[in-house]
Design a protein around this ligand. Sequence first.
Ligand code: F1P
Length: 346
Amino acid sequence: MEKQGQHTYEEITHQKAAWQQALDVVARQVDTFRGLLSIAPGEAIFTGCGSTYYLAQSGAALFQELTGRAARAFPASELLINPKVVFNRNSEAQKVLFAISRSGTTSETIKAVEEFKRQGLGKIVAVTNYTETPLAALADMVFVIPNGQEQSVAQTRSFSSMYVCMSALCLAAADLDAKLLSMAVLPETSVKLLSKAEQVVRPIGEDLSLERFYFLGNGPRYGLASEVSLKMKEMTLSHSEPFHFLEFRHGPISMVNEHTLIVALLSQNGYESERQVLDDVRKLGGRVFTVAESDADIAFNSGLDEETRNVLYLPAIQLMAYYRSLAKGLNPDRPHNLESVVKLAL
Ligand code: F1P
């Protein structure tokens, strides 16, 4: 008989092979990818739905930070419904569209990519976990990571694997070859991290005195904060929201009480201001859980640079949501009201 959450647990705790495959798939196609970017020098648009929209947000931030080239993220539905908001019509240059989808079949994403192609707006790069899908068929280049596939509805390993791929693509686009090679330690680091993290996050996940969750992240970590906040929502049906650190002070801080947990995706660049927000939360009686390279509740100790290690924020927090889901008597594998793929008649 199936145990509640057995797929989600397996998928969160076995990410190494998927991360390795993500790095391999980029290494194999790096020259072709750079060639594609050079013939599509216009703006970069990143898109997806739900989790993969959050991946798009983080990817666009990292792409622009590293390459200096304009990059923005939108949910696929915005490309369809509000294209004038998305595309810069003053620029004739061929754009590049990064379309991200675990399944490769989400109808909004497929329609948005079809429309981009029909209008000849530029080149399409797909990041996905499945081959032979409508998305793969439409794209000029496809980065497929089958080892990231999942039985569970909520994305965990699939998201992380596509995120490793996206981070590697951003480094490749910026010609940061030494940093790209340094990512080779990530798959093994995921194993070490998870083995240490489980005992730390489990009691917090199981603490049902907590009622509200806020996930804070700046720069490329904002998209990741949004994703882990979605995990908390989907798997545990809890009140959960993401914010940029300093934005939290501008209103949301009103929600802090002793039943509030702030999960902080701390960075190197913004550390001083991020820490001050956490001090304010503590003064108000809120609880704080920190994730960072060092000196944190979950410390990666990866030795990697900020741009290459962002994926490490994910596994421990995914596991926290898993344990809360079980503690609430829910099945993390089957979130309420949610299908693994959304297909609408568009
Ligand atoms: C996107 C997505 C997921 C969400 C749910 C429904 O799917 O919105 O992010 O968790 O499973 O689908 P995809 O396009 O990445 O396959």
